[in-house]
Design a protein around this ligand. Sequence first.
Ligand code: RTP
Ligand code: MG
Length: 135
Amino acid sequence: MAIQQTFLMVKPDGVERQLVGDIVDRFERRGFVLKEAKLMTISEDLAKNHYAEHAERPFFGELVEFITSGPVFAMVWEGENVIALSRLMMGATNPAESAPGTIRGDYATTVAENIIHGSDSLASAEREIGLFFGK
Ligand code: RTP
Ligand code: MG
């Protein structure tokens, strides 16, 4: 398995609840390296582009509204198998199914406000890093 990079983002609910430090700490302790990070407010255009795969889903409007509702903490992380391992650390999309010990399993109860985003594939990681960090 090669060294990979992934895009992770603490969503507005996670920033509001002051979970940025805890989340960064979890990935550092796992052995991953933080390569880029910024606190930013996402524009409607960027939100729609980032979540374009969900454009036809009934929750798309709410998703865009939520992700633009306050600052997010956008990050690029690097390490062995980081794309899949960070998804495991985040837990299932729906916190009703996220295992305790995962980020969503420890901090979230609803799918609409589930604390963190992580790229789901190598192609998504490259696309999202480009969108948010311009490379
Ligand atoms: P994300 O993209 O945010 O990392 O989450 P994910 O891969 O685990 O889940 P995905 O299927 O990509 O869904 C993106 C986000 O849409 C919201 N969602 N709401 N109301 C609903 O039924 C519903 N389903 C998904 C979630 O906030 C999810 O993280
Ligand atoms: Mg996703």
